[in-house]
Design a protein around this ligand. Structure first.
Ligand code: RUB
Length: 315
């Protein structure tokens, strides 16, 4: 059992909660999955090292399958199981998984704070910021700048169909930041007053493209048209070693009923519900990571530095 938001959960329940979006946001799903795998290691009471390894790998597969787009989930599983094939006893394997998971969770939470500090330097008194959806990393920047006494104002998109923008305005409003909610289609209308856009990331590809909540590319296009810089807040485990070998990122499509009750539509009308999209690097000013602020075109270097050249040859 692990505790997520005060509720204790088994690995399968965590995977189900990720699937149903009770646990959401690329960083939180990665940390929750690492915690779930750690707990599976702790719960194993047998003495068969191969059986433990199988339980861990099965658990990893269940968690990774829960949402397909965010590479953070896959990277967290890789980090948590790093080196288990070398373990010579159940105890050694268990200790390794526990320390790997703890390191990942600590490093990942710390990264959000560091990104907040780096990003706040890009904000000055009087700036109007736009954000899309609900990103802990992007909000860390806005809340850090506000805590430093900078008077910023935020325009937040609603983010249909799940309306994660309501989470954003509640959080920013509670922090005392002047915040305005707009519908997604009002982005271009609002852009004329905006100084900078801050968004989060589900995946950063080796060519510098950003995969984030659907609509991010429209926000970025409108910003590009108005010469407004778009800044991406992405911990290094949001960078995808899998894209180095040409793998494309799967864009999750969720059930149409999240948008509209299909029974209310005439027969034959289709509804599609893609929940992420790709923003090309030419619309991105910079990416703030916990190891520094980079151009999107430096994504390849970050991937090689963080995951090693060997990641190219891993399956
Ligand atoms: C959330 C979303 C966020 C990123 C980054 O989508 O697109 O911008 O996941 O979030 P969903 P964070 O609601 O479908 O998970 O910075 O919190 O990791």
């Amino acid at each position: 059992m692990i505790i997520v938001s005060g509720v204790s959960m088994e690995l399968n329940e965590i995977a189900d909660s990720i699937k149903s979006m009770e646990i959401r946001g690329a960083g939180l799903i990665a940390r929750s999955a690492a915690g779930a795998l750690k707990q599976r290691a702790l719960d194993y009471k047998g003495q068969d090292i191969q059986a433990l390894r199988k339980q861990l790998e099965d658990g990893r597969d269940i968690l990774v399958a829960s949402r397909p787009t965010a590479i953070s989930l896959w990277n967290s599983m890789q980090a948590t199981l790093l080196g288990i094939e070398q373990a010579e006893s159940v105890e050694e394997m268990r200790d390794l998984v526990v320390s790997n998971a703890d390191r990942f969770m600590t490093r990942s939470s710390r990264a959000v704070d560091i990104i907040g500090e780096f990003g706040a330097k890009r904000l000055r008194d009087g700036m109007k910021v736009m954000t899309h959806c609900n990103s802990k990393a992007a909000l860390s920047v806005l809340k850090t700048a506000h805590a430093q006494g900078k008077h910023i104002e935020v325009y937040a998109t609603e983010s249909r169909p799940w309306k994660q923008g309501l989470l954003t305005v509640r959080e920013l409003g509670a922090a005392g930041i002047p915040t305005t909610l707009i519908i997604d289609s009002a982005v271009r209308w609002a852009m004329k007053d905006i100084d900078v856009v801050f968004v989060g990331a589900d995946t950063v590809c080796s060519n510098g493209a950003l995969i984030n909540k659907v609509g991010t590319s429209q926000v970025a296009m409108a910003a590009h048209e108005s010469r407004v810089p778009v800044i991406v807040c992405a911990e290094t485990y949001k960078f995808s070693p899998r894209t180095l070998t040409g793998e494309l990122v799967e864009i999750e499509e969720r059930d149409a009923s999240e948008i509209v009750d299909p029974n209310t539509l005439p027969a034959g009308v289709k509804v599609r519900n893609p929940v992420f999209d790709a923003t090309p690097p030419e619309f991105i000013d910079s990416i703030i990571t916990e190891v520094g602020v980079i151009s999107p075109y430096a994504a390849y270097e970050v991937i090689v530095r963080e995951f090693g050249q060997a990641s190219i040859f891993e399956e």
